[in-house]
Design a binder for this molecule. Structure first.
Ligand SMILES: Cc1cc2nc3c(=O)[nH]c(=O)nc-3n(C[C@H](O)[C@H](O)[C@H](O)COP(=O)(O)O)c2cc1C
Length: 483
């Protein structure tokens, strides 16, 4: 919708609302009309447990050093949820090959502390359940009192230190690929811990990195966000009432623009998880060549790989991938088996080393994970500018979708307003007539005149109520509080 047209509509709505506030005989109703006009932020904040992000965007965790303190703190400073990924983080340390486990735990703690120094915003961590050091990493996250722990690549059910997490006000958010998985986690948590997680991330088939789907499921309608997001929202409802708390769903995978965010929120999600867009930012912790691979890639370069961890993954396909598929075996030293399900020998290479090479800018000896929409990225920008762009896109999409609805509602408001003027004038006349009748005549005529006046006043009240209803509904639409 043209902004000018939108502004004209808003002026009309504002003047009718002001008139209503001044002239409504019922004080409560005028206060209501006044309150509903308070501007809301463009999008609703995302609350996970006690943590409230004014930007409803979770930066997806990106392992092997791609999302560390720099990216996570920048996203948190932009009002979103910044996430440091635990897997492969030890590779950023010099002594990784001496003691991979110890290097990882140390690097993880350091990165969390640095992010905290740079931001007062919300800092989360992503710890894959399939990691051999899952529990040690989780302990570090608890000791460092992160705000949120996201747990994917497996079902976070057994041996979760729920008491310690709760006593440190750390929220828990599983990452799932189906409503079945979400339901299983919540049901089992209820049984084991008499508690449930604080939110759920659904990572759809357009995501980057490892995918929780079979290859032949990726294009099918029943596995797309449009199908599964509403399903999970429904799945969570009984748990919300049983545990008396909101359990927001965060939808991810291929989210590129503000209008994509609106689409996910319209489906019932309370926020989105985005990773690919955050790679092409100044603050992303990967080498510039990693980021430029996004800017320079074409749609047809983005494809699937069969990951050594036994799942499909999405990446920018390059010579390294093709060579390994054709049997080439780049020599590598396994510092320690970091992933329980790793089949590095079958896949001919170590995925952590390949991803780490790419993260350092050596794309000949590795490759870059990315979501389906990486090819649309044309430049590297700051996180702040990216979030502003998404916010503007969201507002524009919102305006477009309310265009005709808003037109209709304003027309209704105008018509009701005209009717109110007419009825008010008519009731004034009847009031004068009744007063004359009161003074001059008695009996039946008096009774009739009073009845006429009462009917007229009831009509006025009815129209006023309809006006309040329509005006507040219109403001709700404008303030995007509908849903
Ligand atoms: C480079 C890269 C690395 C990723 N690494 C991880 C990871 O370590 N753990 C994880 O749970 N998800 C990982 N993901 C998935 C993201 O967190 C996110 O859910 C997903 O990419 C969202 O889709 P989008 O990239 O299209 O926005 C990775 C994604 C990318 C692009």
């Amino acid at each position: 919708m043209e902004i000018k047209h939108f502004e004209t509509l808003m002026q009309t709505l504002k003047s009718v609302s002001d008139n209503l506030v001044q002239n409504l005989p019922i004080k409560k109703l005028s206060t209501f009309v006044e309150e509903v006009q308070q501007p809301n932020p463009v999008w609703k904040p995302l609350q996970i447990g006690s943590h409230i992000a004014k930007t409803p965007i979770v930066q997806g965790g990106m392992g092997v050093g791609v999302s560390l303190h720099s990216l996570a703190s920048a996203v948190a400073n932009a009002g979103g949820i910044g996430v440091i990924a635990a897997n492969g983080i030890g590779l950023i340390e010099k002594d990784y090959y001496k003691d991979g486990l110890e290097a990882g735990l140390r690097a993880f703690r350091k990165e969390i502390r640095k992010a905290r120094e740079l931001s007062d915003g919300i800092i989360g961590v992503n710890i894959m359940v399939a990691l051999k050091d899952f529990h040690q990493m989780l302990n570090v996250a608890i000791e460092e009192k992160v705000d949120i722990v996201f747990m994917g690549a497996g079902l976070p059910i057994k041996n979760i230190p729920v008491k310690e997490l709760r006593s440190n006000d750390i929220s828990v958010v599983p990452i799932v690929s189906s409503s079945r998985a979400a339901n299983l986690i919540f049901k089992m948590w209820g049984k084991i811990y008499k508690d449930v997680p604080d939110a759920v991330v659904f990572e759809g088939p357009n995501a980057g990195g490892h995918l929780g789907f079979e290859v032949d499921q990726l294009d099918k309608k029943e596995y797309q966000n449009e199908t599964i997001v509403p399903e999970i929202v429904e799945t969570l409802k009984p748990y919300e009432s049983e545990y008396k708390k909101n359990i927001p769903l965060i939808a991810g995978g291929g989210i590129y623009s503000g209008s994509d965010i609106k689409r996910m929120l319209d489906l019932g999600a309370s926020g989105v998880q985005m990773a690919t867009r955050f790679v092409a930012t100044d603050e992303c912790d990967a080498d510039i060549k990693f980021k430029e691979a996004y800017v320079n890639c074409k749609k047809e370069d983005i494809g699937l790989i069969k990951s050594p961890v036994g799942m499909p993954g999405r990446a920018i396909r390059n010579k390294f991938i093709v060579d390994c598929e054709n049997g080439k075996r780049p020599s590598f030293k396994c510092a320690w088996q970091c992933l329980a399900t790793c089949k590095a020998q079958d896949a001919n290479y170590c995925i952590s080393i390949a991803l780490n090479n790419a993260r350092k800018g050596n794309l000949e000896s590795g490759y870059v994970f990315c979501g389906t929409n990486a090819w649309r990225i044309k430049e590297i920008v700051s996180v702040k500018n990216l979030v502003n762009e998404l916010n503007r896109g969201y507002l524009l999409a919102l305006n477009k979708s309310i265009d005709t609805k808003l037109d209709d509602m304003i027309a209704q408001v105008k018509e009701l307003w005209n009717r109110l003027q007419i009825e008010e004038r008519a009731s004034k006349v009847l009031e004068m007539k009744y007063e004359t009748v009161l003074r001059e005549i008695s009996g039946k005529s008096k009774k009739n005149a009073r009845k006429d006046l009462e009917v007229a006043l009831t009509r006025v009240r009815d129209i006023q109520l309809q006006l309040v209803e329509t005006v507040t509904g219109t403001w709700k639409l404008v303030n995007c509080t509908i849903n």
